[in-house]
Design a protein around this ligand. Structure first.
Ligand code: HEC
Ligand code: HEC
Length: 472
């Protein structure tokens, strides 16, 4: 079996080699998503874990059954974990009731996800930016989306997919992963958290951001509560959260956030693992010659080295690769001059050190870092990188292949001089990753030829969910 590749760079590596308690605690992969259901179950399970429970928990039972499948599906693992959590808990609802509640919240969350009445403009729902047909990224090819009360305010970041977020660990400055070459003492550097800069850990906290943002849904807890009270699903909402839930805007608001979070964890929608590559790993599909060449280039540590950050192999516990190690990394993406915020020459989106994220603002070593996105379903996206500067995988791959051999093709040239890394002030350049593919200089051969770029793109196409045997 191939060695699982790990992220290596001066910036991310080994700031502390000590085996810390922090590391040990996080090792078990603090799945953001699992936390909600487990807290829900822990809070209210009565331990009447008998036939009724199993019955109502059909989804979980089916998933649990699949745990015996050689695929070692983490969905199954999660379901087993949930059921285990459910059984020994102290008091309250039965397991059947808990699962029924999860189902109610999922259904409500789904309705709200598509409901524009929650927004200040009345025109924008979560799905306006996170379209289910595009792996929950926009249906249009704008680099960043328009929003706000008048729908005329421009955002500053590209919309990430909402799929496979269940695997994102809570943010940690020093991440220790037992899966990391079996050496938990290796510090993988800042890792995890939701959004491009990892600034929130829970999807319910995340949902506040677009709902309240003046350039997104531009709403308020009060408006959201009023919209839900008037919505066709108001009755179902009362059934799920109690007859008095509408007495208190704050209670309504919290229930909305929780429902959205619960919906975003539906395994069959958000982490189905139904790509051709998953079938290939399970021995149920064969890659074409081009896809196979692409996979090799993707994994080759001296060439693409893509898998060092976008993990392509199963974890030691057999769970499928997420195509991200969720590390926060600086790759020096060019400034997107089409963005309104960038008209101000002094403005920089520096990711983990701000301005959207505020807790690490004084820490220079976090400037320019963005969370490595999953590449699952990346072929369905139409804008790439945190600032949406590129609109095709060809352009992204060309950037990786030639950023350092032909920087003039990506960055502005002023008076014959290339202004490399034009979206990161020079004082933060030490944060930039310098491992392959970022280890070349002008005059060297590009990392990939054009033909090889096509192969890597062919491989990336195998990461799209919904593959059917017999299809390509
Ligand atoms: C105007 C477009 C827009 C709307 C509407 C919108 N989002 Fe987003 N969403 C974004 C952008 C842009 C980001 C990245 C934000 C950042 O990095 O600061 C994001 C990030 C996220 C993330 C984190 C993804 C990750 O990779 O960590 C989640 C979860 C999410 N949105 C859920 C929602 C939900 C739920 C709603 C509805 C309540 C919603 N979004 C509405 C644009 C939008
Ligand atoms: C050192 C870690 C690292 C390596 C190596 C790496 N990536 Fe990335 N990748 C990232 C980060 C971080 C981002 C987001 C950067 C940003 O937006 O500022 C990213 C973004 C991307 C995106 C855009 C995805 C999206 O949703 O916008 C694609 C596609 C991609 N990488 C493919 C590759 C390929 C192919 C390779 C190998 C040639 C590779 N990456 C190598 C860390 C890495």
């Amino acid at each position: 079996m191939l060695r699982r590749l790990t992220r290596r760079s001066a910036q991310t590596r080994v700031r502390t080699q000590t085996r810390s308690h922090e590391g040990a605690r996080r090792r078990g992969r603090a799945f953001v998503a699992a936390a909600v259901l487990s807290s829900l179950l822990a809070a209210c399970d009565g331990g009447t874990a008998s036939s009724a429970g199993a019955d109502a928990a059909t989804g979980a039972t089916a998933n649990a059954a699949r745990a015996h499948d050689a695929d070692a599906n983490p969905r199954a693992a999660q379901a087993v974990k949930l059921m285990k959590i459910a059984v020994p808990a102290q008091s309250g609802q039965s397991r059947a009731e808990v699962y029924a509640q999860v189902r109610r919240m999922t259904a409500l969350g789904k309705q709200m996800f598509f409901d524009p009445s929650l927004s200040g403009s009345g025109k924008m729902s979560c799905a306006s930016c996170h379209s289910p047909d595009h792996a929950f990224t926009p249906a249009n090819s704008l680099g960043v989306q328009m929003g706000g009360a008048d729908m005329r305010r421009q955002g500053m970041r590209a919309v990430p997919t909402l799929k496979y977020l269940q695997a994102v660990p809570a943010f940690a400055e020093h991440y220790h992963d037992s899966d990391d070459e079996g050496d938990e003492s290796v510090d993988a550097g800042p890792t995890g958290g939701l959004t491009w800069d990892g600034r929130v850990d829970r999807a319910s906290d995340q949902a506040r951001i677009p709902l309240l943002s003046t350039f997104e849904m531009a709403s308020s807890p009060k408006k959201v509560a009023a919209a839900v009270r008037a919505a066709p699903y108001a009755g179902a909402f009362r059934e799920a959260f109690g007859a008095r839930v509408f007495d208190d805007d704050d209670a309504t608001w919290k229930a909305v956030l929780k429902s959205l979070e619960t919906f975003e964890q539906s395994p069959e929608v958000f982490y189905p693992y139904t790509s051709k590559y998953d079938a290939y790993l399970a021995g149920k599909a064969t890659l074409t010659a081009a896809e196979m060449r692409g996979l090799q280039l993707f994994n080759d540590e001296k060439r693409g080295n893509c898998a060092s950050c976008h993990i392509s192999q199963r974890a030691k516990d057999g769970s499928p690769p997420q195509f991200s190690d969720f590390g926060l990394i600086a790759v020096g993406v060019p400034r997107n001059r089409a963005l309104a915020v960038n008209r101000d020459r002094r403005f920089y989106d520096l990711g983990a050190c701000g301005p959207e994220r505020t807790d690490l603002g004084h820490r220079a070593e976090f400037c320019g870092l963005f969370r490595t996105p999953t590449l699952r379903n990346v072929a369905l996206k139409q804008s790439f990188f945190h600032n949406g500067i590129y609109h095709s995988l060809e352009d992204v791959l060309r950037f990786y292949a030639r950023r350092d051999t032909n920087p003039e093709a990506f960055y502005p040239v002023v008076k014959g001089k290339v202004e490399k890394f034009d979206d990161l002030p020079r004082r933060y350049w030490a944060n930039l990753n310098t491992d392959p593919p970022f280890d070349r200089k002008p005059g060297d051969a590009p990392v990939f030829s054009d033909a090889e770029i096509k192969d890597v793109i062919a491989f990336l196409g195998t990461l799209t969910d919904g593959w059917q045997p017999g299809a390509h």
